[in-house]
Design a protein around this ligand. Structure first.
Ligand code: PMV
Length: 337
């Protein structure tokens, strides 16, 4: 086995400031509404893909545990699409590790599929652009399309791939993740979205409102206007959760501590703290703040009753290939010559 049959990559998770929830009727996992996210340093996935002709099926390992069934199938689907592009049927061993607690109930699919797209295309010798990699990641998990890019990234409605809105250094902000419940979510996002689309009477209103929220967030980010982003981001999160929780039966992710935190963060911002909340398909609260205010925001969250832990994240880099040992040796030889 030679090194050119191995790919290694690293990608960061992202949290949407303006969210998507719902798939387009055009299919192919296209999103119904636009979204804009912050890529987060500190929540990283590292993935290695090794092609091996002796394997009869793909092997997928996540944090030293072999994945089976549906979880493994989503990984195999992405590999199949890339294999088809390359014209090969060789099976692969995929080893992936998250450097953040998977048990924390944080979405690892964004960083996971972004890292997988980069590592697998490297192993297969495919030379794909960031947009092509983003499109491949999107077909597996729409939020993963944004993790190909660093800083602030956008996935327009029904777009094939995401794009960078501003690099990590554009705005000195931080995202603090307050863990409220570490259990695995009862309803996954894909399933939750389909159910919301089918049963919530508010879904039509969400489709109308989400693009406006997105534009507000986008303008606010470009202008580095904290108050503007805060207002739009919180409004968007409440719109999304209101739509989910009015599904029948309800998709209700928020817990008591989540709602207590929403009240308290609103009050603290009224008193002048640059703090704003958002929540995804789970009860954990993500607090956006400015860099100068990180220590104060972290203290507040850690002391808050019901908060089990806090992760502090800064704007992160784009997904990237990790240099292989063989390449490193070759580069050293070239340098020495
Ligand atoms: O694409 P998925 O299945 O990871 O779903 C993401 C859904 C949200 O996190 C709630 C919204 C978003 O835009 O990231």
């Amino acid at each position: 086995m030679t090194d050119d049959r191995i790919g290694r990559a690293e990608a960061c998770a992202n949290i949407a400031l303006s969210k998507y929830w719902g798939k387009s009727p055009r299919g192919d996992n296209l999103t119904a509404v636009p979204s804009l996210s912050l890529t987060l340093d500190g929540l990283r996935t590292r993935t290695e893909v090794q092609l091996d002709r002796t394997l009869s099926t793909d092997e997928v390992w996540l944090n030293d545990k072999r994945l089976e069934g549906e979880e493994a199938r989503r990984v195999v689907d992405l590999l199949d699409r890339l294999r088809q592009r390359r014209g090969t049927a060789d099976r692969a061993r995929v080893t992936t590790k998250n450097d953040f607690p998977t048990a924390a109930g944080l979405a690892s699919s964004a960083s996971g599929f972004a890292a997988l797209a980069v590592a697998a295309s490297q192993a297969l010798g495919l030379d794909l652009s960031s947009s092509e990699l983003s499109a491949e990641a999107r077909r597996s998990s729409a939020s993963a399309a944004r993790s190909l890019f660093g800083g602030f990234a956008e996935l327009p409605a029904e777009a094939d791939s995401a794009l960078e809105v501003a690099p990590p250094g554009h705005w000195d902000v931080a995202m603090l993740v307050a863990i409220v419940d570490a259990a695995k979510k009862p309803v996954g996002s894909t399933q939750g979205m389909l159910h919301t689309q089918r049963t919530s009477p508010l879904y039509g209103g969400w489709l109308e409102a989400a693009p406006k929220v997105h534009l507000e967030v986008r303008e606010g980010v470009l202008a580095r206007d904290f108050a503007r982003v805060a207002t739009a981001m919180e409004h968007g999160a409440r719109l999304m959760h209101a739509t989910m929780m009015t599904s029948e039966p309800a998709v209700l992710y928020l817990r008591g501590t989540t709602v207590e935190l929403m009240h308290e963060i609103t009050e603290r911002r009224r008193r002048g703290s640059p703090e704003a909340y958002t929540m995804d398909a789970g009860p954990n609260v993500k607090l956006l703040t400015e860099r100068a205010h990180v220590a104060e925001a972290e203290r507040f969250l850690r002391e808050f009753p019901g908060v089990l832990g806090v992760l502090v994240c800064r704007p992160g880099p784009p997904a990237s290939r990790l240099v292989l040992d063989g390449e490193l040796a070759q580069a050293r030889r070239t340098e020495a010559e």
